[in-house]
Design a protein around this ligand. Structure first.
Ligand code: PLP
Length: 295
């Protein structure tokens, strides 16, 4: 069995015609060329994606990821993804992958070929990178201005803040800016001073017996890992809440994490060069619970 797999989804949406090749989806050789040079996903980043972690042969937070995929599609006025097909493709990719440890499946739907009549879809599964060091030693972050107010999602929905689009060039550019400043990662702050999210993660922090996160409605992603971390904390008897987070609130937290599907929880060990405590035992327990999830 392979350690990476690719499935082409010929019918990603029931609202658009299927590709002529009959089956709703099929596995192909992951090394074979599949995308045309006219695909709007490649030429304009015009499409959506989700990345799910796969632990012990099980896709994590599958329903939440599918819901978010559908929401992103609606925000981009893409045809609604056929979630039954996408679910089947994800489960088949997971079953086909032969990875003893952690893996991921990434699903993508683009607007398709320019002037065409149907979206392009695929699912790619592979072994995950090794995040052991980030999970134990933590990451240093810099706060960077995203340039939008925290209410951008409501005032300017056409900016697609809060949709998981393929346009991640900015999310990669800020990682290079972090490196130039000697840091590992980034936390975005709105132009009016509200903590938002990382370029590939949700911010979670602890104050006393409570876990907090900036929450939704701020033009940020509704994190699947954050939801699971809150579920875990509530099981321990901790309180959880969303709150409007200022940089000062984050800086004075007892501990903070960047959480996301494949890396899981990376403790924040410094913000703009100022150290933040890392609670190794708490983090290890959190990551152990996340890695053992069976749905
Ligand atoms: N925010 C952004 C911008 C992301 O790209 C991601 C994940 O890639 C997240 C948050 C975390 O989301 P999840 O926990 O569902 O992976």
């Amino acid at each position: 069995m392979p350690d990476h797999v690719l499935a082409i989804v010929a019918r990603p949406s029931l609202e658009a015609p299927a590709a002529p090749d009959a089956s709703d989806w099929r596995f192909v050789d992951p090394a074979s060329p599949q995308l045309t040079a006219l695909d709007l996903g490649a030429t304009r980043g015009d499409g959506i994606f989700e990345t799910l972690s796969v632990n012990h042969g099980r896709a994590q937070a599958l329903d939440h990821h599918l819901r978010r995929f559908a929401r992103s599609a609606a925000m981009l006025d893409l045809p609604a993804p056929d979630l039954a097909t996408w679910r089947a493709v994800i489960l088949a990719a997971v079953a086909e992958l032969d990875v003893p440890g952690e893996a991921f499946v990434k699903i993508v739907m683009t607007r398709g070929i320019e002037y065409g009549d149907r979206p392009t879809g695929w699912a790619y599964g592979s072994v995950s990178p090794d995040f052991t060091r980030e999970r134990s030693d933590g990451v240093s972050v810099v706060l960077l201005d995203r340039g939008y107010r925290h209410d951008v999602e409501r005032t300017s929905p056409w900016l697609l803040a809060g949709a998981k689009t393929l346009s991640y060039a900015v999310n990669r550019a800020v990682a290079r800016e972090a490196a130039r400043r000697g840091a590992d990662d980034v936390v975005f702050v709105s132009s009016d001073g509200i903590v938002l999210e990382g370029p590939t993660s949700t911010v979670v922090y602890r104050r006393g017996d409570g876990l907090f996160s900036p929450g939704t409605g701020l033009g940020i992603l509704d994190g699947t890992t954050q939801a699971n971390v809150f579920r875990w904390a509530e099981g321990l008897g901790m309180s959880t809440a969303f709150e409007l987070t200022t940089p000062d609130i984050l800086r004075s937290a007892d501990a903070a994490w960047l959480v996301s599907s494949v890396r899981l929880a990376a403790p924040v060990r410094a913000i703009d060069g100022v150290p933040l405590p890392v609670d190794r035992e708490f983090t290890d327990t959190m990551n152990g619970w996340l890695a053992a999830l069976d749905n």
